[in-house]
Write a protein that binds this ligand. Structure first.
Ligand code: FAD
Length: 492
């Protein structure tokens, strides 16, 4: 059978992740050609990830230590959110579990019951990843007991993926795409025509051209659902700085009067950025705030970015699939963009057409991808809506906004009963929702009665055992920076 010709338009994280995965998993069953323009370059950000990237790397047979050395990566155990509930509040959204769930009721119910019986120890004390992060500790534990992701250099990640993809037979063409040629009869994409005149034909085209969305939008006009009324930030500025101390195993997201700032520690430097709403903050003010609050010598010119939050109405249309920023964008508050890229690629591999594209595959793909995006969207909106901040027009707007029914229902359920249910393989599990909802100030009015079946002594013993287990494990862990240096230290 003739190999399917897959053409990847764009060589950012999305393009090279797709090319690397397709070439490795499908081998001779496909040909992979990637077109990218050095003159245009990539978005140049995207450094914080979430745990499913581990599965993606394992599926591709990537050696973790080599990957981390090549991308100057550090481990990430979660995100420290400061200033979100009130300007001087803070909470941690960690990976992994807190305490021990009962099948009928999550651990938060037992913790809440304990609170009512005088056990005042914070919910945080029951989470291994959280306490390890706060103490700057990390090690691989047996049975993957410590859930983690990576903080990595996006440019180096692109180079790493490119080496891998080309090593597995993907073909790279440098040049600017001048035209997307459509088949006059079917309306499918027939070829990409480069400025040089070269025509690149294919069966399936992946639009990885970033915010430009050259194929899916400019050529195929699928339309865009704008979500800025729920997630109003529309601009960012990124700069890199020299490290001022050992890298910690977590990302920071610090709210300010019209958005928030990130800090992502890597082995060789720190990634920083400010995300803001241009209606409430001017670019000069955002830059001034960013430069005034970062630590360490500034290594790069500010990278200014504008975006519209939302999603393409169809991620797959005809013989074109949008992956990465071309498919839509939600701000990087929970580091979900690279994850959505990965989900789209794995989905495509599962649904790879053997012949002509089946409308049923397209519908299924779009449905699944849309569900992912909506679930992530709701989780992000939660951070803005559930705030006690009223100190700026931006926060007053966020607190007062109408939210999607799906999120309103989730908040109401938790507020009344302490319950959270995960639906349709939702990315963020119960523990994530509980940590963020309580961190943002939503404390359940009641909890599951099952916790009352434990006597005072039994409950005290359970809580103490769980806390001690966490504390003891963390005490035995090495410091994160030392572990990274030993395990995957990269040349500076
Ligand atoms: P790009 O990097 O923009 O790549 C587009 C490619 O298309 C480039 O190679 C370009 O040259 C090519 N191209 C475009 N037009 C043409 C043309 N005419 N001819 C030829 N080639 C063309 N994600 C996370 O998971 N974690 C984070 O912490 C995170 N932080 C972010 C912070 C900000 C401020 C922003 C805006 C995004 C962030 N993201 C993050 C998202 C992440 O950066 C992207 O999902 C990721 O980099 C993928 O980008 P991309 O490959 O889709 O687009």
């Amino acid at each position: 059978m003739t190999p399917r010709r897959i053409v990847v338009a764009g060589g950012g994280t999305a393009g090279w992740m797709a090319a690397a995965a397709l070439a490795r998993v499908l081998g001779r069953a496909v040909t992979v050609t990637l077109v990218e323009s050095d003159a245009i370059g990539t978005v140049g950000v995207g450094e914080s990830t979430i745990p499913p990237i581990i599965t993606f790397n394992r599926l591709l047979g990537i050696n973790e230590a080599e990957f981390m050395a090549a991308t100057q990566a550090t481990f990430k155990l979660g995100i420290q959110f400061d200033g979100w509930k009130t300007p001087d509040s803070g909470y941690f959204h960690s990976f992994g579990l807190t305490g021990k769930d009962h099948w009928a009721a999550g651990f938060q119910h037992f913790w809440l019951d304990g609170l009512s019986r005088g056990h005042a120890e914070p919910y945080d004390d029951y989470c291994l990843e959280l306490i390890a992060a706060r103490e700057g500790k990390f090690a691989h534990l047996p049975d993957d007991r410590l859930n983690y992701a990576y903080q990595l250099d996006s440019t180096l990640y692109g180079r790493f993926l490119r080496r891998m993809a080309e090593g597995d037979g993907a073909h790279r063409i440098e040049g600017r795409i001048a035209e997307v040629e459509l088949d006059g009869t079917s309306g499918d994409i027939a070829a990409l025509v480069l400025e040089s005149g070269l025509r690149v034909e294919g069966d399936l085209f992946l639009d990885c051209t970033g915010f430009r969305a050259l194929l899916i939008e400019r050529a195929l006009h699928v339309g865009f659902d704008d979500w800025t009324h729920w997630l109003p930030c529309d601009a960012a500025i990124a700069v890199q700085t020299a490290s001022t101390g050992p890298a910690v195993p977590f990302t920071r997201a610090t709210a300010h009067q019209a958005g928030w700032q990130w800090r992502i520690p890597l082995q060789h430097r720190v990634g920083n950025g400010i995300v803001y709403c241009s209606r409430y903050m001017a670019e000069d003010a955002a830059l001034e705030r960013l430069l005034g609050t970062i630590e360490g010598e500034v290594l790069t010119e500010p990278n200014r970015l504008r975006f519209t939050t939302g999603a393409r109405r169809r991620q797959w249309h005809r013989n074109c699939i949008a992956i990465g920023l071309a498919g839509g964008f939600m701000e990087p508050l929970e580091s979900t963009s690279i994850h959505l890229i990965q989900r789209a690629i794995l989905r495509l591999i599962r649904m790879l057409p053997a012949g002509p594209v089946s409308p049923a595959d397209v519908a299924e793909f779009n449905d699944q991808q849309h569900t992912d995006m909506v679930q992530i969207r709701d989780f992000l909106i939660l951070h803005y809506k559930a705030t006690e901040r009223r100190d700026s027009a931006f926060w007053r707007q966020c607190a007062g906004m109408e939210i999607p029914d799906s999120l309103a229902q989730k908040i109401a359920l938790f507020r009344d009963t302490g319950r959270v249910f995960r639906r349709n393989e939702e990315l963020f599990a119960e523990n994530s929702w509980v940590q963020v909802m309580m961190g943002q100030g939503i404390i359940p009015a009641s909890h599951h009665p099952i916790a009352a079946k434990l006597s005072d002594d039994d409950l005290a013993r359970l809580l103490a055992t769980l806390r001690q287990g966490v504390a003891q494990t963390v005490a035995g862990l090495p410091h994160h920076a030392d572990y990274v240096a030993r395990y995957c230290g990269a040349a500076a």
